[in-house]
Design a protein around this ligand. Structure first.
Ligand SMILES: [Fe+2]
Ligand SMILES: [Fe+2]
Length: 282
């Protein structure tokens, strides 16, 4: 997707490139020859980033067994793939600062929804041999485009509602009235962050996974979105206007009877999300 209107670009802090230490650490993580020391040193160059990485590495999202005290330990114990998603989480936290009031979500609600969908998507992906960390990051970022479209949506909410009443689904209505839907804008941000194309696609199609040839990641994010809503993470103005794809449930091998039990497991998994509402240093 190209040609986003300037006002969307301007409103969109996410179009800033990733900070230097993050980029450097990501490059090191791509290189199998890198050592944990090198990665830790790159992260350690940014003290705020370093503190957030330690905090996340010690959270139940990653580790339950052993407390990690140093960045090097964090890199060794959670592994390169998880450090990559921890870095994206630490940076994304700032990108969520505006919240999306046009969608009825303040910063905390949007962030908790993001963490919940990421965590659930990872759980679904893990069980099915899909890229677990890619699913987490796609889930974390899936609605990030809402921040950029929040103001426009607020202004044109009645027109979007009219389109929904006329039979469009919510993202079709966004595209018809605003020119873009929040998933497309989020995908553009992920592209600017140089995230892998499969992950960008999962963000772009998280409300319409059936349209993809290879919908694995998008299915995981799509269903995680619906399950997170059921668990109370993510009640915004639009959430109840999205339809859950039966195809995605089927492809993930989830039957309706299994969902109540799955929700019990997930509620436990998400128990710590509330305590990660803020990554600010005390
Ligand atoms: Fe969405
Ligand atoms: Fe969502």
């Amino acid at each position: 997707m190209s040609g986003l209107p300037d006002r969307v670009l301007l409103a969109f802090d996410l179009l800033e490139p990733l900070p230097g230490p993050v980029l450097e650490a990501m490059q090191l993580l791509d290189d199998l020859g890198s050592s944990a020391e090198q990665v830790a040193e790159a992260i350690g160059r940014d003290p705020v980033l370093a503190a957030r990485v330690l905090r996340l590495a010690n959270s139940a999202l990653y580790m339950r067994t052993r407390r990690v005290a140093t960045l090097r330990d964090a890199v060794v114990l959670v592994g390169f793939a998880a450090v990559r998603s921890i870095l994206v989480t630490a940076v994304a936290y700032d990108a969520f600062a505006r919240g999306a009031p046009g969608y009825g979500m303040d910063r905390t609600q949007l962030w908790q929804h993001a963490l919940a969908v990421g965590t659930v998507a990872r759980h679904l992906a893990q069980a099915r041999g899909l890229g677990a960390e890619a699913a987490f990051v796609a889930g974390l970022l899936h609605d990030i485009g809402k921040m950029a479209l929040s103001h426009s949506l607020q202004e044109q909410y009645q027109a979007v509602l009219e389109a929904v009443r006329g039979g469009a689904d919510f993202v079709q209505a966004e595209r018809a009235v605003l020119g873009w839907d929040h998933a497309q804008v989020g995908a553009e941000a992920a592209r600017r962050w140089n995230l892998p194309e499969s992950l960008v696609q999962a963000i772009e199609y998280h409300h319409r996974p059936d349209e993809l040839d290879d919908p694995g990641l998008a299915d995981a994010v799509h269903v995680a979105d619906a399950l997170s809503l059921m668990l109370g993470f993510g009640v915004g103005t639009d959430q109840l206007m999205h339809r859950c794809s039966e195809g995605a449930l089927r492809r993930l091998g989830l039957s309706e009877e299994e969902i109540p039990l799955l929700l019990v497991v997930l509620a436990d998994l998400l128990a710590e999300v509330a305590s990660l509402s803020s990554l600010e240093l005390a």
